[in-house]
Design a binder for this molecule. Structure first.
Ligand SMILES: [Zn+2]
Length: 222
């Protein structure tokens, strides 16, 4: 699996220190099940001591911090180590298509998911969680379909699990994660032959920009 879009360095730190909301934790854990690079980054962050990092202000991380972090882990020889026991489960995950951390919530295959159509070509499955103020849901979007252009009231994290989409930030394929803050506005368009299936966590209700989209929002509750 070739992954081009990874977790933000601040997210790695927050995950390692147990500071992420439950909905975001599941999206991050699902990406980690697919991504060697981010797993190494989390291991290093944990080794550095999550508790100390917890007190450091996230904005202090400079551009390129993540790349340096990964490079430091590679230099540490992590690439040459034998697969950890957890990696066995990861290979199994890839066969079943549903990341391991998500299976207890939605079942072993995407066919088990109870999809509900919210607009033509777009289906959604909400995942109810206790102890969260965020939303967690899966989307299944048909080829050529667009999500309404939107900004965010807070952070949004989208993990592609099957198919692909493109937006102003690039092309996202299976394993890629869009780890976005509240300043980003985008309009993903599915460009794969098969439907694109994503796992999405949002901190606040998403703000759609168009009049029709805004009118629709109370009904689709994204
Ligand atoms: Zn990654």
């Amino acid at each position: 699996m070739s992954i081009h879009h990874h977790l933000d360095a601040a997210t790695v730190m927050r995950y390692a220190s147990g500071d992420l909301d439950a909905a975001f934790t599941i999206v991050v854990a699902s990406h980690l099940a697919m991504c060697d690079e981010c797993r190494r980054a989390v291991r290093l962050a944990e080794a550095m001591g999550g508790q100390c990092l917890d007190d450091a202000p996230a904005p202090a991380l400079s551009d390129g911090a993540f790349a340096r972090l990964s490079h430091a882990i590679d230099a540490d020889g992590a690439r040459d180590r034998p697969a950890a026991p957890a990696d066995q489960g990861i290979r199994e995950t890839l066969r079943s298509d549903v990341p391991l951390p998500l299976r207890r919530l939605v079942g072993d295959t995407f066919d088990d998911v109870r999809w509900r159509t919210i607009v033509p070509g777009v289906q959604r499955h909400r995942i109810e969680l206790a102890d969260t103020n965020s939303s967690l849901y899966m989307l299944k979007i048909g080829r050529g379909r667009k999500m309404p252009e939107h900004g965010h009231g807070g952070s949004e994290m989208t993990l592609v699990m099957r198919g692909s989409y493109s937006d102003v930030l690039g092309r996202y394929q299976a394993g890629d994660i869009a780890d976005l803050d509240e300043h980003v506005e985008h309009q993903p368009v599915v460009d794969s032959d098969e439907p694109c299936i994503c796992l999405v966590a949002t901190e606040e209700p998403t703000r759609f920009k168009g009049v029709v989209s805004r009118l629709m929002q109370p009904f689709v509750r994204i």
